[in-house]
Design a protein around this ligand. Structure first.
Ligand code: AMP
Length: 445
């Protein structure tokens, strides 16, 4: 497809569908990242970072040439060496490529990995949908046991609950290569006389992948999908046993779920268990925060030996929007132990070194050295929620002292300049002892 010529003058601005994550938002992103990392540690998942750019062929093969993501939305280009490359539209293909390429098949299985990073899809931008967006994802490669499905779904559920969101798992099984052909036949038969009522995309899907008709977003297609045959009625014995065992485990783990025969996921590689995690919107509409599934054929498809696997990906912008919308109470953000205020040219000169000494002494510090007045600096220290302010003025310089001001009580004491690090630590320790009986302060988004 040749790119459309832009007639308007290009100006320096944000590319359509992209988003800046501003400093004021970073504490929410940090909060989500740290919860993801902490859950990953608990469940034994190790971080993997794969490149943003991969050979286009990887996504064509793994995600599927007929999927919207690959056929319509990929950012693809030919580089200076003539290689056909794409910005990754999703994380799983790169992780599986790395699993095969680095011989992880020879490690104890399952190999459990997680990632956090941007993905790129040239989709129609709208609320909650961007062209660059972030996902975190988890993959457990090398184990077919239904307990792995249940554990990864429970983990997915717990991450979002730990983030303060009220969510529910919608789950389905889409069978495997043994039982799916029979179901496809039944689906095709069902849609045979209804082609005229399908959208253009679905008439194509009917030939290539009839499963995709079930999750089409067009109203008419959705209505038809309501009455369509359901995969669960066509599962072979093994797939059926696998699915019922997963559900039993989820019941045991008290994970809230609903059976939803339309959760087929948009990608070609899924087998057996598929799920999405949804949270209701303010208008009562369910919005998917992410989803996942088994993909027992993918490793082999990409050149490895037959290896079962399962994983999920969550959209970070959507999760962060939910956290903001629900005003989830976040843990206390970073706050400095001390704020260094200086008065006069000589004190400012000495402050640079003192600031380094405070940091090396294990204190968290803050400053605004370009400010001169004490009032301004105290206001800023207050804004930054500093526990103590150190005040270095002309008099203190001459005396070899420094003033410590407790920002909670307002009490000020003069201490020996050389002992300042020790003095601050002493006060922090006694504050901690005092506070250990009180409830930790929290801050709203
Ligand atoms: P998918 O990889 O399509 O299954 O998407 C998993 C999750 O990623 C979705 O439920 C969304 O939360 C998020 N996501 C997918 N596409 C976008 C997008 N264009 N912009 C923002 N988030 C997205």
């Amino acid at each position: 497809m040749s790119p459309k010529k832009k007639t308007a003058k290009t100006s320096i601005r944000l590319v359509k569908g992209m988003k800046d994550i501003l400093p004021t938002e970073q504490h929410i992103w940090d909060f989500v990242r740290s919860r993801v990392e902490s859950v990953a540690r608990d469940y034994g998942f190790m971080r993997i970072d794969t490149p943003i750019v991969e050979f286009t062929q990887l996504f064509k093969k793994a995600t599927g040439e007929e999927t919207d993501i690959v056929s319509k939305e990929m950012y693809s280009f030919v580089d200076q060496s003539g290689d056909r490359l794409s910005l990754r539209p999703e994380g799983t293909p790169g992780v599986i490529r790395a699993y095969i390429e680095h011989g992880m098949l020879n490690q104890p299985q399952p190999v459990k990995m997680f990632y956090i990073g941007p993905q790129f899809r040239h989709d129609k931008p709208q609320a909650g949908r961007y062209r660059q967006f972030w996902q975190f994802g988890f993959e457990a490669v090398g184990d077919a046991d239904p307990i792995v499905d249940a554990q990864i779904i429970a983990m997915n559920y717990n991450i979002l609950r730990d983030l303060g969101l009220d969510i529910e798992v919608q789950i389905n099984s889409i069978g495997d290569k043994h039982c799916r052909p029979k179901y496809f036949k039944a689906l095709t038969q069902y849609y045979k006389n209804k082609k005229k009522d399908l959208c253009v995309d679905c008439t194509k899907r009917l030939l290539k992948n009839p499963l995709r008709l079930l999750d089409c977003k067009v109203k008419g297609c959705q209505e038809l999908a309501e009455e369509a045959p359901q995969m669960v009625d066509y599962l072979c014995e093994d797939c059926n046993k696998h699915f019922t065992t997963v559900l039993e485990y989820l019941d045991e783990a008290e994970v809230k779920y609903n059976l939803n025969p339309k959760i087929v996921r948009g990608l070609d590689y899924y087998t057996r268990t598929t799920w999405e995690i949804v949270e209701s919107n303010q208008d009562g509409k369910l919005q998917a925060l992410g989803g996942g599934g088994r993909y027992d054929e993918l490793v082999k498809l990409l050149g490895g030996r037959e290896t079962p696997a399962i994983g999920f990906a969550m959209g970070m912008e959507r999760i962060i929007n939910k956290i903001k919308e629900k005003e989830v109470v976040l843990p206390e953000v970073w706050r400095p132990d001390v704020y260094l205020a200086q008065l006069g040219i000589e004190a400012r000169r000495k402050s640079l070194k003192l600031f380094m000494d405070l940091r090396q002494g294990g204190l968290t510090v803050s400053e605004d050295f370009s400010k001169n007045g004490l009032k301004d600096q105290l206001e800023l220290a207050n804004k930054k929620n500093a526990r103590y302010v150190l005040i270095l003025g002309q008099k203190e310089l001459v005396d070899g002292t420094i003033l410590i001001r407790d920002m909670e009580s307002g009490v000020q004491e003069t201490v020996d300049h050389k002992k300042v690090v020790k003095e601050v630590h002493k006060r922090l320790a006694s504050k901690m002892n005092d506070k250990s009986l009180k409830i930790k302060t929290t801050k709203k988004v």
